[in-house]
Design a protein around this ligand. Structure first.
Ligand code: ZN
Length: 347
């Protein structure tokens, strides 16, 4: 199904056909050789574009603007043309940080590039070859995949080459475009450098880096056998923390508990979250914007159930806690979605 709505990966990006909105010169794909380029097909008729895709592209410019380029292509495939003045106003209205152009005849480039709808993302590597093509604005799927792919491209040593690499080397396995980074291949020097740059508050970029390249070192470790855990935990606690289960939404009173205090791992008593960072997410699971310490929680890519998510575990004893998502409140933008069973209120 995917290939119907995708350019062939590893091939050179075709020439686009764009018209200027603000009177600036229309660039060519060749102008971007040397740095990765994210092309976003968007439409002002599309709520997903306005609510999620444009903010996400803005964030890419804000966080990676020196390493990548972002180009917007306004395309219409539903027939409802947008007047030029609205296209101009959009720059202020949505704080658009990236240059954007109008697709010729509403959707010529959209069709040439086999976009699956709006928003559609095309990631082009520094050689001008298509690395990724994806429809959607779901933060836990399309956008996270784009983040992973960008991270992969930016962390690899991409050389400028003249000829496209052969197709067979670049074709992704169907249904999965993530390659878990083997811990053995890690360069400790790089890791120190990376972690040094992290501020006291974790953001989504930090989470992606942990999930891709390995977690911070915990202050201590608690390792027990399955039998030992079974002896100390209730069956429900064992199922959720040791076997990665999920409790039913709204099954705990902890979700609406906001009095001051701290939350510890139900298995090993390590402090994980503070009530100060707790918020009402409406999901039915206790939700936090930050852990108490940068090294309290560990992050792992989780491709189960046909989704790509980041699983969170206790970094001390590996208890499954839940998942973390990039749709939390400001300033961190993170939502740690935790099973109440994995936590105990302390203090
Ligand atoms: Zn623990």
């Amino acid at each position: 199904m995917d290939h119907l709505y995708s350019l062939t990966l590893g091939e050179k990006l075709p020439e686009w056909h764009l018209e200027s909105i603000f009177g600036d010169a229309v660039p060519s794909p060749k102008d971007y050789i040397g740095q990765p380029l994210v092309v976003l097909f968007f439409s002002l008729n599309c709520p997903g574009c306005k609510g999620r895709a444009i903010p996400f592209a803005n964030r890419l410019v804000y966080e990676l603007g020196e390493k990548i380029n972002v180009l917007g292509v306004h395309s219409i495939f539903d027939g409802n043309e947008i007047p030029m003045c609205k296209l101009e106003e959009a720059r202020e209205k949505f704080f658009v940080r990236f240059p954007y152009f109008k697709d010729q005849n509403l959707n010529t480039t959209f069709l040439d590039f086999k976009a699956g709808g709006t928003p559609h993302w095309i990631l082009v590597d520094a050689n001008g070859l298509v690395a990724y093509s994806m429809f959607g604005s779901d933060p836990n799927n399309a956008l996270m995949r784009l983040d992973y792919k960008l991270d992969e491209i930016l962390s690899g040593n991409v050389l400028i080459i003249d000829e496209p690499t052969s197709q067979s080397e670049l074709t992704e396995p169907e249904g999965c475009d993530l390659r878990l980074v083997s811990r053995e291949n890690e360069n400790l020097g790089d890791k120190t450098q990376r972690f040094k740059n992290i501020n006291s508050m974790l953001n989504w970029n930090n989470i992606i880096q942990f999930a891709n390249h390995g977690n911070p070192i915990p202050s201590k470790r608690v390792d027990k056998s399955e039998a030992e855990w079974k002896a100390t935990l209730s069956p429900e606690q064992f199922q959720i923390t040791r076997l990665k289960g999920t409790e039913r939404a709204h099954s705990s009173e902890m979700c609406s508990l906001f009095e001051p205090g701290k939350y510890a791992c139900t298995c090993c008593d390590t402090l994980l979250f503070d009530a100060e960072e707790k918020f009402e997410s409406g999901t039915g699971w206790p939700s936090f914007t930050q852990p108490v310490e940068e090294n309290a929680v560990a992050y792992h890519k989780d491709a189960s159930f046909g989704m790509v998510r980041v699983e969170i575990t206790c970094n001390t004893c590996d208890a499954h806690l839940g998942h973390v998502f990039p749709d939390g409140p400001a300033p961190s933008g993170l939502r740690y979605c935790v099973n109440a069973v994995s936590l105990k209120k302390v203090g």
